[in-house]
Design a protein around this ligand. Structure first.
Ligand code: ZN
Ligand code: ZN
Length: 305
């Protein structure tokens, strides 16, 4: 691109001569040479946008709703993990804890618009909602579109077993919609519908490999820790993402297989992401929310990236 010598007077994002325009500060962009002290306003056309390394330039909007932000044991009366993402091309869930169906209905989320459920690990507060979701799809929502369930190796067997323990025969019902299973391998990027999903092995015994997940949807990227104690795999999962959602179970008490807020905070500088939000908090952690610097999730919290 030839950099214009004369910049127009200030104008807002919009359309100029039939082309989309973006106004930005030159000092944020590489390789535009602007001294940080001269934070010039520059105009870029849709055909000449520079994307700084490690950052995305969003052409679409993705909305994340924390339908459930709770821990395993209902601390603070919060519902179990269920993170709904609504992007231009698809909708999906990150984990589907046992209370997910009422959580999703509380927020009037269209269940039939959810194309995929991505599972970090196979604990009931992260996948126990699937039998209810499937039963509702069959009896109430009258789903016809396929549903993809993706998770660690063993996901299909455990999900089918959970269905049959709760509602005997459910896994064998000939539904009006197809359920397909995708089992993810550590650090292998896999297409799940239109999602690019990369799992990172973490530390949280749950009968199958536990993962943090990094998901690219349209031009947005989300990382989610699942449950784990601190591991450098989280740095890899979060790198370059728009938002990193991370569990913080206790404030400063260290227990195996979970992260304390203190530990996460001590590694905060290593996280190369735009935003970090903590979730999956115990009563003790919830009581310390007034003391923390990092952003936290609540049931119903909605963000746009
Ligand atoms: Zn959990
Ligand atoms: Zn767990």
């Amino acid at each position: 691109m030839q950099w214009p010598n004369e910049l127009p007077n200030f104008c807002t994002n919009g359309v100029l001569n039939g082309e989309a325009i973006f106004i930005t500060e030159a000092s944020l962009f590489h390789p535009v040479k602007a001294k940080p002290t001269e934070r010039k306003i520059c105009l870029l056309t849709a055909h000449s946008v520079f994307i700084p390394e490690g950052k995305s330039n969003h052409m679409s909007e993705t909305t994340i709703t924390f339908a459930g932000s709770g821990d395993t044991l209902g601390s603070g009366g919060r519902l179990q993990t269920c993170i709904h993402t609504d992007a231009d091309s698809t909708q999906f869930l990150l984990d589907c804890g046992a209370s997910s169906l009422p959580a999703l209905k509380r927020h009037e989320i269209d269940l039939n618009a959810i194309d995929a459920i991505l599972l970090t690990h196979l604990h009931g507060d992260h996948f126990g909602g699937i039998p209810f979701f499937v039963l509702d799809a069959q009896l109430v929502s009258k789903r016809t579109d396929p549903l993809i369930i993706a998770g660690p190796p063993g996901t299909e067997k455990r999900v089918r077993a959970a269905m049959d323990v709760m509602f005997p025969g459910l896994s064998e019902v000939n539904q009006e919609f197809e359920i397909s299973y995708v089992e993810l391998e550590d650090r292998e990027e896999t297409m799940v519908g239109s999602l690019r999903v990369t799992p990172y092995r973490v530390v949280h015994p749950s009968g199958a490999p536990p993962y943090a997940l990094r998901v690219v949807v349209d031009d947005s990227s989300i990382a989610y820790s699942g449950d784990t104690e601190w591991t450098d795999a989280l740095v890899d999962a979060a790198r370059g993402t728009d938002v990193f959602i991370c569990e913080a179970y206790f404030f400063d008490r260290e227990v195996p297989y979970h992260i304390s807020y203190d530990t996460l905070h001590s590694h905060y500088a290593e996280l190369e992401c735009d935003r970090t939000i903590i979730t999956h908090m115990s009563e003790e952690m919830l009581s310390r929310l007034p003391d923390i610097e990092l952003e936290h999730a609540d049931d119903g919290k909605q963000i746009t990236i």
